[in-house]
Design a binder for this molecule. Structure first.
Ligand SMILES: Nc1ncnc2c1ncn2[C@@H]1O[C@H](COP(=O)(O)OP(=O)(O)OP(=O)(O)O)[C@@H](O)[C@H]1O
Ligand SMILES: [Mg+2]
Length: 257
């Protein structure tokens, strides 16, 4: 039994009275502590698949199991980080990170120390009393990452969390997140359509194809040094994924013609 099991998952939406297949017979197995990226063209069903695993949506047929339990609704054991930072504007950085701990029922006297530890981990100690409006996009996303880690979830789901950030901020956050997740042995399911991002972050990249959304292939990332994005092995794996990704695109185009 794998930790996360996506078992013959099929998802349809009804559009204009007709059933529209978003995901067709997707089966995947993820281990505890794995960092998985879901990569694919826009509209191939990445967010839908993430939402099914996280329990925000239900499968039309098939099922998702986590630790052997069928997923039917979101659990407080898992957290999700979205592209929109989801911070409360009237709370400080500290207040926002404490929020998750409040929902988890951590006693008031322990919250601040835990929140401060994770704020420090994302390098925001100097800004802990600032409000979100005073922070850059990259800093705000660091706050939501600190908030996610602070509750010590079993799984972190992320849906294009860096998509709104400039290239340099994005690269430094990718390096930080991969370091944090590896240090802490987190299980992460991370949606992206950025090939380099998937190579920097993932243990395995799950490539999806569109129309209907389905599993194309899985590419294990076995690069020794991920920080050098111009190394021979980085380029080789990028080309390999690009080909698979491109083929997924081609199929989509053919479908429309
Ligand atoms: N609630 C819904 N009702 C109807 N159709 C939906 C719904 N949610 C998603 N879809 C459709 O399902 C398909 C897959 O959507 P999804 O958001 O999962 O794709 P994605 O791969 O995350 O795309 P992107 O990269 O643009 O975020 C799209 O065609 C979308 O229009
Ligand atoms: Mg999406």
């Amino acid at each position: 039994m794998s930790y996360i099991e996506v078992d013959h998952v099929h998802k349809e939406y009804i559009r204009d009275g007709k059933a529209f297949t978003v995901l067709n017979d997707v089966s995947l197995n993820f281990d505890k502590g794995e960092f998985i990226c879901l990569l694919g063209p826009s509209g191939c069903g990445k967010s839908t698949l993430l939402n099914l695993i996280a329990g925000f949506e239900n499968c039309t047929s098939g099922q998702v199991r986590i630790d052997g339990q069928v997923v039917s609704q979101p659990s407080i054991k898992y957290v999700t980080v979205f592209q929109q930072y989801g911070l409360l504007p009237w709370r400080t950085v500290l207040g926002n990170v404490e929020l998750g701990l409040e929902s988890k029922g951590v006693p008031k006297e322990n919250r601040q120390a835990i929140a401060e530890k994770y704020i420090d981990m994302v390098g925001l100690t100097a800004a802990k009393n600032s409000h979100p409006a005073e922070l850059s996009g990259g800093m705000q996303q660091r706050v939501s990452i600190a908030r996610a880690f602070a509750v010590e979830p079993e799984i972190i789901f992320m849906d294009e969390p860096f998509a709104a950030l400039d290239a340099l901020t994005r690269m430094s956050l990718q390096d930080e997140v991969t370091k944090l997740c590896r240090e802490q042995g987190k299980t992460v399911v991370f949606v992206t359509h950025d090939i380099d991002e998937s190579i920097v972050l993932a243990d395995r990249v799950v490539i999806l194809a569109a129309n209907p959304g389905r599993l194309k292939t899985i590419v294990p990332i076995t690069i020794a040094d991920r920080s050098d994005r111009n190394s021979e092995e980085f380029l080789t794996i990028r080309n390999h994924i690009f080909e698979e990704f491109h083929m997924a695109h081609e199929e989509k185009i053919e479908y429309y013609i």
